[in-house]
Design a protein around this ligand. Structure first.
Ligand code: SF4
Length: 324
């Protein structure tokens, strides 16, 4: 009989938190790490605007999610698990989750910070009672994670599918969040290889009027117009539909206000870059060449994924709207 590592490998499950790392490799790395104590963390701190699939799964399939964590516990010896919940999710689901967890060595942990706590090493720092800032990598958490012990961190959807794979019920699907200017906002489970257009058609959300979409996340996701509708949906599995006439500057202001609040200030390219972009968006004559230069520098030099991914939305919107 196949063990869970082989099953995860055969299923080709990729982490559903956005990084798309092969799940079996991460599980195996923690299993093979030499240590008496190991940790498993279910990351339920999704904090990007328009990403709400983990909440949907905790509400509708909490037993499957907890079961995924239990499977990791059973297969990675010497381990203890945490379910790390965004503040409001902790309030909403703690009773039900505790009931499902029962006597298993799994504890709930209430996230102390904001969006950045969803980043693996920031999450670990916050659990150790430190400032919510990312760690330098390497070393990677599967070798040195929580309390410097090997740590497996996967998000809610990944544990949900680990449970399905263990039972032989995985059909290569994933959950997509659809929002914005659509009739049928919600979370849909569809083939993981669906294109943007296929998803909008299947969910009866393909607009009749001209539109564009943001794919992957509601702050850092890429803007795609007609040609891009044949692309696969990456990142956190999100599609936001915008009316074609949506004001680009208003949209950028919305994003930048999110990033002003959520960046941790640890590195200069991101901290100063976000500040400058906000300042420029508030002015009258925007120097778009300079803004592009700032965004590209952030992409290349920021310390963590927040700063390197944030420019994607801005640069792709500038390209789509032909802003120069
Ligand atoms: S990129 Fe931004 S969020 Fe990440 S460490 Fe630097 S300042 Fe903090």
């Amino acid at each position: 009989m196949q063990n869970i590592f082989e099953k995860l490998k055969q299923a080709e499950l990729l982490g559903r938190g956005g990084a798309n790392f092969p799940t079996w490799l991460k599980w195996k790395a923690v299993k093979d790490a030499k240590a008496d104590k190991k940790y498993i963390i279910c990351n339920a701190s999704e904090g990007e605007p328009s990403v709400f699939k983990d909440e949907y799964l905790l509400k509708n399939y909490p037993t499957e999610v907890v079961n995924g964590v239990k499977i990791a516990l059973e297969n990675i010896s010497g381990s203890f698990a945490y379910i790390y919940l965004r503040k409001d999710l902790y309030r909403k689901f703690k009773r039900r989750l505790k009931k499902i967890i029962g006597e298993s060595p799994i504890e709930l942990f209430r996230e102390p910070g904001g969006y950045l706590c969803g980043e693996e090493t920031t999450l670990i720092e916050s659990m150790e009672g430190n400032r919510c800032e990312p760690r330098i990598k390497p070393p990677y958490p599967p070798q040195f994670g929580f309390e410097n012990q090997p740590t497996l961190t996967n998000n809610v959807e990944t544990f949900y599918y680990a449970s399905k794979i263990a039972k032989g019920e995985y059909r290569k699907t994933r959950f997509f969040c659809i929002s914005g200017k659509v009739k049928n906002r919600g979370v849909y489970e569809l083939p993981a290889s669906s294109t943007v257009k296929e998803i909008l058609i299947k969910t009866k959300n393909l607009p009749l009027n001209k539109f564009f979409v943001q794919v992957g996340g509601g702050a850092c996701g890429e803007i795609l117009a007609e040609k891009g509708l044949e692309n696969f949906v990456c990142g956190a599995g999100t599609i936001i539909v915008y009316d074609y006439k949506t004001d680009a500057i208003k949209l950028m202001k919305k994003w930048i206000n999110f990033y002003i609040n959520e960046n941790c200030g640890k590195c200069a390219p991101c901290r100063e870059g976000i500040y400058r972009v906000k300042e420029m968006l508030g002015g009258k004559n925007i120097d778009w060449d300079l803004m592009k230069e700032i965004l590209e520098t952030m992409q290349k030099t920021s310390f963590c994924g927040l700063g390197t991914s944030m420019p994607t939305a801005f640069l792709s919107l500038m390209e789509h709207k032909n802003i120069k």
